[in-house]
Every structure is written in structure tokens, then in C-alpha cells.
Design a binder for this molecule. Sequence first.
Ligand SMILES: [Zn+2]
Ligand SMILES: [Zn+2]
Length: 366
Amino acid sequence: MPSKKKQRAKERKTKKDVEKKAAAAHMKIVESLGPMLQQSLPPDVYRAMMESTAKSSLEEQKQNLIQLKEQEKVVRAFDKKVMKLEFSQVLPPKPVHEDCAICFCRIPSRLSASIFLPCCGKIVCRSCQGQLMGWNDWKGPITPAFGLDDKMYEQKCSFCRQKLILLPRSSDDRSYVRELLEKKVNVGNSRAMLDLAKIYHEGEQISPREADDGETTDIIDVDRAVALYHQAAEECGNGNAFWKLAQFAFEENKVTEYLNCLQNSVEHGCSEAIDKMADLSYRKGMVHYSITLYKYLASIGYGMETPKHLGILHANGILSKRDYDESMQAYEAAKDELFSEDRAAMAAIGGSAGDDRFRTHADDFM
Ligand SMILES: [Zn+2]
Ligand SMILES: [Zn+2]
């Protein structure tokens, strides 16, 4: 019988191997895409396209970096004001573990790591969403037909057999999705409130096909979005909604309101808010509170950065060796529950909408 420690080490090695394999598969796709374009485009068009892609991505990266640095300065200045206020040491609730309705692997706590099916209200992980949309093509060569399959946009839901729009192609598709979400909002589903609020806040996603048709519908309605976030937060106690309201308060430079929303968000178990609170309280000198929050994040396997924070606390002599080891074990165990080969493959090919530079692709899948 191998010891538990050896077993874990073996599992971790397998995990690394899978990740390596997935990355290699991804490179293969990227490499195969070049020749495909080269074959189907006139040489000068191909060359110009490659040159402009290289230039624009470099320029884009530079711009992004400048923007991030600017943002960071604003955040730091705002944080300073927040840290002058008095913190109540609110604690997150016992974590609720939820499994993906399709693969039965535990759903990661980050909201962006799962999607809500507006037809029946099931929640599936991002990796399974990719599979539904036929993105498992990434395991094989990309063909010119990629993206033309209707399945990618619309299909029958595997659970309720209603029409499921994965990527709206027309304004009819969009109103269909909104109507379904409205129905769920009316019966008090807070996840539907978040999704509907996002649509009203950010507008709708445009599929490549629709963009070709030149059709755009502007349905942005910030007041409605804010009202929905308030409803999800105050009526349903949704931590992610409080976190969203904290972000609105940040944008409006309302320090007290920000802290209030942040604390509510922590109390209702939003992992991003807990991460932020752990960081703020550490910098404010409330190290024991910070340790409690980081330990909580470790226990749910949150983020790729949690081990680093625990390591710093340990190196500074604030977290004992025993506590550090225990937290790391809990983190690894939780990560194992979040791991699946499909998720690792998806993380390797990216496909996430990262909104800060500390976030890794894997955070959206595991
Ligand atoms: Zn899944
Ligand atoms: Zn359904």
C-alpha cells in the first residue's frame, strides 16, 4: 500500500503531465493554423496579415501594461483611504460545495469559472461549456469549418430539452435569453439576477457571424443593472453581487460604501472579496484576521496565489510551520477536487477573460 503522501505526489505528477500534454496539443493547433491560412490566402495578404498581427499584439501588450500600471496606482491610493477606516472582522460562511451539472467535478468558487443555463437554471463549469460549444476540437486539428457548426450557437439543453442559446446570433436570440433570465429573476434566482445585470451593464456579446451582418443592439441600462445587483445582494444575500457593488463604489470613489459592500461580500462568501480583505487587513496590520481569511481561501483551493501569500506569512514568522503545512495540505486537497483533465486542457489553451494581471488562466477552470 503506498502511503497517502506518496499517492498525492504521484497524483500531482500525473496532473503536471496532463497539463504539459495539453500545452503541447495547443501548440500543435497554433502551428497548424499558420499553414492553413498560408494555403488559403494569397502570399502578400498572408504576409501582411502575419506582420500586422505581430505588430498589433506587441503594441496591444504595451498599452495593456501601461493601463494596468495606471490602474494599480489608483487602486493603491484608494486602498490607503480604505485602510484608514475601522474594519469589523467579519468571517465568511461555511463554504457551500457545488458540483458541475455535467462533469460532476466541484465548481470553482470564482463566478467566472462557471455558467448559468437560463433555461433550467443548472450551473456548469467553463470547461463543460467549451465542450457543449464543440470546442473539444482543440484536441485535434482545426479545420476551416471551425465555428460554422450551429451547435456552437444553439442547441437543445441536455437537462430540460428547451432551446439553449450558447452564443446569440440575432436580436431574437438575445431577447429569448433575456426573457428566460427575467423569469428566473422573478422567482428570486440571484445567479439569474447577476447574469441579467451583466447584460444590462456591459451590453451583449456579438458573435463573429453577427458582426459580419453589421447588426448591433444597444441595450445598456446601468440603472437596471445596479437595481438587479442590489436585489441579488440585499434580498438574496449573494456575495458576488455585494462584490460587484463594491466595485461600483470604488469607481465612484465612495470609500465607506466600498468597505461596507466588501465586508458584506466577505460575510456572504465571495472568494474574490475574501482575497481582497485578506490583503487589506494584512497591510493594515491585522495579521491574525488576514491569516484566518487566507486559511479559508486555502481550504476552498482558491486561486493560484494563495500558497504564495501563506508562504510570505510563514517566512515572516507570523504563521507557524504546522499551520502553514496544514493549510497547504488543505489547499492541495481542494485543488485535487477541482482538477479534471478537460479543465487542465482548457486552462492550457487559455480562453479566459482575465481582468487583472495576477490572474492565471487556470483560475477560470480549476
Ligand atoms: Zn463540468
Ligand atoms: Zn436547460
